[in-house]
Design a protein around this ligand. Sequence first.
Ligand SMILES: C[S@@+](CC[C@H](N)C(=O)[O-])C[C@H]1O[C@@H](n2cnc3c(N)ncnc32)[C@H](O)[C@@H]1O
Length: 241
Amino acid sequence: MSNAFYDAGEARAAKVNDLFAAIARRYDLINDLQSFGLHRLWKRRVVRLAQIQPGDRALDLCCGTGDIAFALARQGATTTGLDFSPQMLEVAAVRSQNPNPGFQAPTYLQGDAQQLPFPDSSFDIVTVGYGLRNLTSWERGLDEMHRVAKPGARLIVLDFGKPANALWRALYFTHLRCSVPLIGLLFCGNASAYAYILESLKHYPAQLAVAEKMRGLKLANVRVINLLGGAMAINYGEKPK
Ligand SMILES: C[S@@+](CC[C@H](N)C(=O)[O-])C[C@H]1O[C@@H](n2cnc3c(N)ncnc32)[C@H](O)[C@@H]1O
């Protein structure tokens, strides 16, 4: 099945950019609806896994409207959120306008997750939530996460997964094929933007391949944390000291 926002070739990034420009203002609402609010719990889990220490510097890639970046900052990390969509970053910036006194709001930066504007070994924590799947090359994205991570840094990836159980996978893919685009149509006037999730997931090798790549990068303590029977997954690894 083809999708207006999916391109396997050179137009991939431009189409993904168009997609997020179109849905930025409704992105947070639809996230809550399509995941029944559960994405908030999964993002909290990411932040717990980051094991933030005083003085830590965190980078959240594909930060979108800033959920994870903001949570990392609230826990005390000096945080940078990077995304290539000005429309998503605009929402993130508005949300950060009135941070509670006592913690430093994230700095937001427009850029490409596959070509990061940071020197090697810059961050203690590098996260990406629902971003790797959208890159033209998810492997390149992980390479960059690894490059900018300091020795001892935690690398954490949250994304849609592929359940191992065939029946559960079929049910879950049906939810992505039918209910999620319907929610997109009703609340954002755009079914195609939300049908993109399933299309992009089909082309993304998900949690097992990400773990394999993390092992290939010689990360330590590589773990896959399956959520909802593998429908979502967190990949975790540490850059050796
Ligand atoms: C599904 S949203 C995730 C937003 C946020 N991390 C969250 O968990 O809610 C994916 C984000 O990835 C961004 N993105 C996609 N490709 C990118 C790239 N090559 N470089 C930087 N950001 C990218 C999009 O603009 C979008 O904001």
